[in-house]
Ligand binder design. Structure first.
Ligand code: CMC
Length: 427
């Protein structure tokens, strides 16, 4: 394969470099095209644009491959924990025992929110969206942690990452409890990461409350499976904001806003909304599947199919077994979960879905697990954000290590040509 590509512009030949990634991905480097020719490239939605070189995550959608720092997601799901995976994603190597213990302690010790921060939750309306509160509170935390703005040495980044990873769980649980007028529970550093989150969410200060470790392990797995997914909308947003020199907290608060949109992080909530509407309308699963197959109905089966994974979503394959186990264990009598299981079985057996390789994606199963363990639907995207935090931190750090220029795409102007200002009385 050549290391140069040839273009011809206005009759003049021009050579542009070809960049090859570690997994043999090829890209034409057009970064000097404008300087040399006056041309830019146009790629609406960036579907064919590599915005950076990154060493964090590798995805092959056709083959159903997802690897963090080269390690297959299947191995991490089976053997790792969220905080170990977070370390791997952020620093590029699996931690030693001492590194992991030190980082875990740092995260949990820093999960506590300043007393003044707790008062902010009193001023949010009870029906305020938890994603708005999460983004606002991540930014607000930075007002109390001024030292995170000082320097970018490794220790400083480790401390900022630990504070962010710790505090997002406390913010999420506080937002849930405050909305219901229940007491806000501060973290217990003696508990594990997911255990702590569940304790803060559901204990309401009861001394006899005990976290179910199997439920905590399922949540930890959801976090591992969401830890990074290369240049999606929110991660690209984090890199974009970070490229201006914005601090880690400001950049990740922007990531939360990008993730909030229904086309991105909102898909897991859409699964539950659809189950709810099937239940309320009383339509049978068979009829609903028929509607999803009918192109004129405008109905799609939420939680099925994927833009990148065209054969199967490797994360869905992993999490399905956990979803089955949690549903069997908790014996919850929930008509929506019954519909989910029926829908899954019917779609997997249907040639429309089989022929188009439309399998349940990670959002389908993570939505089911979260419903089963009592996390409200409006918090689903918040859970996604907590899981994605290591990826955002890693991309923020990578961008700084690469000493990247400020991100500044160009555009093709399609507005009016030059014209004169018209005085008010003449319009
Ligand atoms: N239900 C019914 N038919 C579907 C569905 C579905 N969920 N998804 C795709 N199809 C059909 C589609 O109509 C098309 O049929 P035909 O070839 O006859 O025209 C074929 O399958 C290929 O679909 P596509 O629109 O080319 O696929 P896409 O890559 O543009 O869309 C998708 C991917 C995820 C937007 C789509 O599958 C979808 O809308 N799924 C439901 C929403 C969902 O679960 N989204 C979460 C994705 S995971 C998010 C994340 O990882 O961040």
């Amino acid at each position: 394969m050549t290391d140069k590509a040839k273009l011809e512009l206005n009759g003049k030949p021009i050579e542009v470099p070809v960049i090859v990634g570690t997994e043999d991905e090829h890209a034409i480097d057009i970064s000097e095209l404008r300087a040399k020719t006056g041309f830019i490239t146009l790629d609406d939605g960036y579907g064919n644009t590599g915005s950076c070189k990154s060493a964090i995550t590798y995805i092959d959608g056709e083959k159903g491959i997802l690897r963090y720092r080269g390690i297959p997601i299947e191995q991490l799901a089976a053997k790792s924990s969220f905080l170990e995976t977070a370390w791997l994603v952020i620093w590029g190597e699996l931690p030693t025992r001492a590194q992991l213990d030190g980082f875990t302690a740092l995260v949990l010790e820093n999960a506590r929110l300043h007393e003044n921060l707790l008062r902010h939750f009193e001023s949010f309306p009870a029906n305020g969206h938890p994603m708005a509160e999460l983004s606002a509170m991540i930014n607000t935390v930075s007002c109390y942690e001024l030292d995170i703005m000082n320097g970018e040495d490794a220790k400083n980044i480790e401390s900022a990452a630990a504070r962010l990873l710790g505090k997002v769980c406390t913010i999420a649980a506080a937002s849930y409890n405050a909305a219901q007028g229940k007491p806000i529970i501060q973290p217990d550093p003696a508990l594990g990461y997911a255990d702590n989150f569940l304790q803060m969410m559901f204990s309401q200060g009861r001394k006899d409350y005990r976290v179910d470790h199997e439920v905590a392990a399922a949540l930890d797995l959801i976090f591992v499976l969401h830890a990074d997914h290369e240049q999606n909308c929110s991660t690209s947003t984090v890199r974009m904001v970070a490229s201006s020199g914005a601090n880690l907290f400001a950049s990740c608060a922007a990531g939360v806003c990008a993730l909030w949109g229904p086309l991105h992080g909102g898909a897991n909530a859409a699964v539950l909304d659809q189950l709810e509407s099937i239940h309320k309308s009383g339509v049978t699963v068979k009829d609903y599947i028929a509607r999803a197959k009918d192109k004129t109905s405008g109905v799609r089966l939420m939680g099925f199919g994927h833009r990148v994974y065209k054969n199967y979503d490797p994360r869905a394959k992993i999490i399905k077994a956990t979803a089955d186990r949690i549903l069997d264990k908790l014996h919850i009598n929930d008509p929506l979960l019954d519909i989910a299981r029926e829908l899954e079985a019917a779609a997997l057996a249907d040639s429309y879905f089989k022929d188009r390789s439309l399998y349940p994606n990670v959002d389908f199963y993570s939505g089911i697990i979260m419903r089963a363990i009592g996390i409200p639907v409006n918090m689903f995207t918040v859970m996604f954000a907590i899981g994605r935090m290591p990826g955002w931190i890693a991309h923020w750090k990578e961008l700084h290590d690469q000493k990247s220029r400020i991100y500044r795409p160009r555009q093709v102007y399609i507005g009016k040509p030059i014209r004169d200002y018209v005085a008010m009385e003449s319009r």
